[in-house]
Design a protein around this ligand. Structure first.
Ligand code: CTP
Ligand code: MG
Length: 234
């Protein structure tokens, strides 16, 4: 038995500073088609019929959250994130301790991915619940090079069986909490939830998701996200 009928909580790490993006205001608070990136991301999650609420991990010195207006009437709460993405996700999970049982599934989704499609979230839940844990991912399309000295190509690597990890990622609350805590204790910097689960011995399922679910990393990505959103609503 799962909590799917009751609905899923989402954890959104949004405590980053956006170093690669640059600028004064963290990228998740910049306007995207007239609305902050983070508000668009939360709206996407809340628009899915199987979500019940969103726990957003924000930076301790955040001064932008209070101006965020989300469209949904679902529960949206904040907690203080950590120094790394994994620490922020862990903080978000801990803040849900009284509301989510250990064997219930939760979704974790980057604040910087506002273009995720409802149908991809549905497929992740459908296949992920059956598999006991999963992530959206995209198979690598480009030829992959390993760089050597002076940025010369050292080798061409096999493209087969290589995927790019996206979010959302879906795992059981207790297992994910334990896996992230174990990674933190071992001082292994995990860059997504699946990596923590892999280290703990699980085999997360790769569920193919749209390439349009980009992570806004640089200013160019913001323009691309605007284009993607316009296409999606056309
Ligand atoms: N994140 C977080 N807490 C951190 C670092 C990152 O909650 N200490 C969040 C970001 O806000 C973002 C997501 O994790 O929504 C993915 O991280 P990334 O795209 O790398 O964002 P930043 O870390 O902010 O950007 P950069 O790496 O360029 O500094
Ligand atoms: Mg980062």
């Amino acid at each position: 038995m799962t909590n799917i009928e009751r609905g899923l909580w989402c954890v959104v790490p949004a405590a980053g500073h956006g170093a690669r993006f640059g600028g004064e205001i963290p990228k998740q608070y910049l306007p995207l088609a007239g609305k902050p990136v983070l508000a668009r991301t939360i709206d996407r999650l809340c628009a899915h019929p199987l979500t019940i609420g969103v726990m957003v991990a924000i930076a301790p010195a955040d001064r932008n959250w209070r101006s965020i207006a989300c469209s949904s009437t679902k529960t949206i709460e904040t907690t203080i994130g950590g120094d790394t993405r994994a620490a922020s996700v862990l903080a978000g999970l801990r803040a849900l301790r009284d509301r989510v049982k250990d064997d219930e599934f939760v979704l974790v989704h980057d604040a910087a991915r506002p273009c995720v499609r409802t149908e991809d979230i549905s497929r992740l839940i459908e296949f992920g619940v059956a598999a006991g844990g999963a992530l959206l991912a995209a198979p690598l399309r480009d030829t992959l090079k390993r760089a050597g000295d002076a940025q010369r190509v050292a080798a061409t690597e096999a493209r087969e069986a290589r995927w790019r990890a996206l979010t959302p990622q879906l795992f059981r609350y207790g297992e994910l909490l334990g896996a992230l805590q174990a990674a933190l204790d071992a001082r292994v910097e995990v860059t997504d939830e699946a990596m923590a689960m892999e280290l703990a011995g699980y085999l997360p399922l790769l569920v193919e998701g749209a390439e349009s679910n980009i992570k806004i990393t640089t200013p160019d990505d913001l323009a691309l996200a605007e284009f993607i959103l316009a296409r999606q609503s056309a």
